[in-house]
Design a protein around this ligand. Sequence first.
Ligand code: NAP
Length: 643
Amino acid sequence: MAHGHLHVEPVTDGDDEIAAALEDVSVPALTAVLVGLTGDPAPVRGPIRPRQWVHNEFQGALTEDEKALLRRDALAVIRSWRDAGCPPAKELDPALVHEIMNWIACEPVPDDYVAMYRDEMDLEGRNPRAIRLPDPEQVPLDPGFGVLVIGCGESGLLAGIRLKEAGIPFTILEKNADVGGTWYENRYPGARVDVASHYYNYSFGPNDSFSEYYARQPELYRYFRARFDEHGIGAHVRWRCEVERAVWDDDGARWQVTYRTADGTTHTASASALISGVGLLSRPLIPDIPGLADFAGPAFHSAQWDERVDLGGRRVALIGAGASGFQLGPAVVDEVERLTVFQRTPQWMAPNPRYHDQIRPGERWAMRHLPGYGRWYRFMLMWQSSDRLLELVRVDPEWPDFPRTANAFSATRREAFVRWIDEQVGDDPDLARKVTPDYPPMAKRMLQDNGSWLRCLRRPHVDLVNDQILRVEPDAIVTTAGRHEVDVIVMATGFRASEVLWPMEIVGRGGVSLTDVWQGRPAGYLNITVPDFPNLFILGGPATSLAHAGSVIFLTECQMRYVGDALALLAGGRRSIEPTPTAYARYAEDLQAEIGTLMWGHPSIEHSWYKAADGRVYVLCPWRLVDYWAMTARLKPEDHTVS
Ligand code: NAP
């Protein structure tokens, strides 16, 4: 497997080109690279130190002079390294890696985080999350052992890569005709990731292919396609096969899977273990609005974009102002005759000037040529967001402004975000009022923003309607306050997130169905496994969405690590593994207790895809990343029944 991500393309550029490239890079990350190239800690022990993290700045508030000095030293080192033929970077002592982390972070990085980052960054190229099978000399692979994976999106592909690398036989059944899942399906104009590109990719393998800091859908699709090709996953996939049902056969210790192919016929397959990689955001939620079916023009969901429909010169209704609508509106506004945005709840936007920016050429060069640059850049991305931002939604019961804001931190962010709105539309109080949320930042999904949304809403041919939709007529949408004639309806109305694994039917030991076990309250031990459903592993299922800034790919990699431990037992001849009912119940209880300390499920938040029908939250990860990483780092035999 191509996990040696510190193997970079050798530098052949001249001194001037290198110097020019260094102007574009993050100097703290560059300095960390220098230590790796020379093994000499001097650059992080000198008088120049990053002094403070400014969100999305990546320079640690170094002055121009300080950056120039560090760049000058870097140029000298890189030149000699190039002239020596670009030998591999040195393997650094763990204490020195920790020292570099402290230097970049401008504060001591706690030991548990250091362990997580070292695993994530894998500076040594050891591929620590690979599945480790028993020594085949001692424990030969059970000849009947094989795995079925449902879905070839991010998590199913990850499973395929890990299985392939371990030499475990597997087949992936994918309902689409190609790889990518979300990034294959969501082809609406403007679709892009709003987690930084260099964090939203697998921890292994290269991350130098992105051209924008927040990559657009075609580039993300190509990213997954490239990993798929380079790992040779194609021979293992059956396309356009939609799994309908999976039944556990306790006698044979196998999953019997029924799936439908494109021609409508039904087939079966069986395997020792079943991995679901279908994700939470794959089944569109079509709103239940009276009259929708009788609309005369095209009406489609953002995830089922109809490329045949030309929006040019048409009156378009956009229902939904969540992450998808927010990207879609500005992307189509120039071509439509009229855009009417139906917004039920406004969303908080975090100002981010880089949101639509191209990655600077020198930074792309550094990702491609400087060993470890991409790893240290990722460290910075993770350090400044993720776990810190979880505190934004922690309920402070003493907080006087509750529940408009959740705590003191939440209040400062609210102030900054209100200022951001005011800067843009303060001269239009009616619009400002309509787009200002009355719930705390991050209590619903935050959006990255460079001003494109409010610029779009200010256009003369755009209306923002926040009255309740009553019905659809063949040529109009009718709200409590009026009738809006439209030619096309685009529904950016989200997904059936809490109906985990729907519409598949999963039947475990004794004929019990997962739907009956969950009864609308999806859960899993570590969000992955369920008692009486042996050898079933759910990636990206219950409590695996990240609502506090971070990459879901981090979570699925943690999950696959745990699954790998379980598969190693099965590959070595054990029949089945499942969590004990006690461990499952305890975990679910702890998880719900933790979610209860956060804003996401608070009754004051009326509409949110985070909430299930009973108003509770089952789909979000409430743990700090470092805690989930630790929970999944090693399979605990005491929490499982293995036969
Ligand atoms: P969403 O966040 O669930 O937004 C759906 C929108 O439709 C909301 O504005 C919702 O209003 C509205 N809506 C739903 N049912 C409605 C109804 N019956 N009547 C009127 N309005 C209705 O869905 P999404 O925008 O597709 O995003 C889902 C998630 O996918 C995101 O949170 C994110 O995790 C992911 N995503 C990410 C990106 C990215 O990385 N940039 C892009 C797209 C999606 P309420 O707010 O009132 O419920």
